[in-house]
Structures are given as C-alpha cells and as structure tokens.
Design a binder for this molecule. Sequence first.
Ligand code: AP5
Length: 217
Amino acid sequence: MRVSLLGPPGSGKGTQSEVLRDRLRVPHISSGDLLRDAVARGTELGRAAKGYMDRGELVPDQLVLGMIRERLRNTDCGTGWLLDGFPRTLAQAEALDRLLTEEGRGGVEHVVSLHVPREDVVVRLGGRRTCGGCGRLYHVRFQPPKTEGVCDACGGRLSIRRDDEEATIRSRLDVYDRQTAPLLDYYRGRGLLREIDGTTAPAEVSGRILATLDGHG
Ligand code: AP5
C-alpha cells in the first residue's frame, strides 16, 4: 500500500506511523527523520538543511526531493511505503507524481490527513520527548515513559527536539497553513484524501485510520 500522512506539526504523524508501518507492513519514511539524521551525521544535505529546520521553515524542495527519490529506490519499497511529512508543498506533490510515473511505479493510493486544533498541538509539542536510541515518541503527560527520561523500549535517553520551542512551534504551524494545507485540495480533487479526527487517544486515531484505509480497499 502507498500512503502519505499529512497533518500539522504535532498532529501525531510520527506516533501513528509507528503503528501503521507494522499493520500495513511497509517501510516508514519520515522526511523529518531523514533530515535530522543527515544533520546529526554532518552530511552536505544536513549542513544545508539545518538552518531551515532550526527556524521552523521548510527545507528547499530540491534538497528534499533528491533525498526522497533516493530513499524510494531502496528495495524495501517494492510493496509500498508510508510517507510521513512528505510531500509538503504543491511542487513536492507534483514532483512525487512525476517520479512515480517515470519509474513505472504505482502512484499514491491514500493521503491521510490528521486534524488537530492549533492550541492542542502546541501543548503536545511542548511535552514531547523522543528516544535518542530507537526514536520512540513520548509525551510527559499523555504518553509518559515508566521511568522519567528513559525509553521503555530500549532504555535510551529521552530528549527534547530543537524545534519544539514555543516560538518555533508557532512558525511551523504558520508554515503548514501557508505551504502545506493547500495540498488538501490537490488530493481531495483526485479522490485520495482521507480526513481523520486526530484529537482522541492514539489507539482510537489508529483505529479510525485503518478502518478508512480498509473502506477504500
Ligand atoms: P517533521 O519531523 O516532519 O516535523 P513536523 O511535521 O513538524 O511534525 P512533528 O514530527 O513535530 O509532529 P508529528 O505530527 O509527527 O507528531 P508526533 O507523533 O511526534 O519536520 C521537521 C522539520 O523538517 C520541518 O520543520 C522542516 O524544516 C523539515 N522538513 C521535514 N519534511 C520536509 C519536507 N517534506 N519539505 C521540506 N522540509 C521538510 O506527536 C507529537 C506529540 O504529541 C508527542 O509527544 C506524542 O506523544 C503526542 N501525541 C501524539 N498523538 C497524540 C494523541 N492522539 N493524543 C495526545 N498526545 C498525542
């Protein structure tokens, strides 16, 4: 299955991807994780992307497209993929369509859009903690680890993401409204958009997504 997960920062894309990749048996490809990994490794891409990410702006399309093109060529993508946070602009969506056509691959089948009000995501991101070892996500209030600061799954140390400072969160939300929200119409027009209420507990949101994907067989 070929699915793209859209939604504002903090709407739960990463949290839902942890469940969906296992249920759908496809690789989880997060453009944000790939970029953060490039920054951590100090690659040319990482050095170019870092300033944009720290300011909460989008990394230029050409850089992100090259990275995604390379990732989708990986053999694990043969049976499909779950894209998290990509595409994020109209230009990226059109380039993805062209890329999949040129390479003779099937196109995007479902675009799941998570809806969560702005003030809720500010609270979610303010309390987010991420495991430095396995990447598992927590929230100090909504999904706390058993031991404060320590990952339940691998014992890794939990940390706060650099771009989760309140002013940066608000700029990321503005960027989403301006540059990503127009994609909803793009995919709605193609009959691919699956709109999901993302405000309830994570397991309920997963249930709604899976039921919707099932319903669109
Ligand atoms: P990216 O890493 O994609 O970040 P984002 O889109 O801002 O989304 P987040 O990862 O912050 O949130 P999420 O929706 O995954 O929520 P999560 O599950 O973590 O991008 C980062 C940066 O990289 C961008 O700003 C940009 O610079 C660059 N970038 C990435 N892709 C790009 C692209 N395509 N083009 C250009 N630039 C790009 O949940 C958040 C918190 O809420 C967690 O603590 C979680 O435990 C909690 N939570 C989750 N679900 C629930 C729930 N149902 N109820 C209560 N709490 C919940």
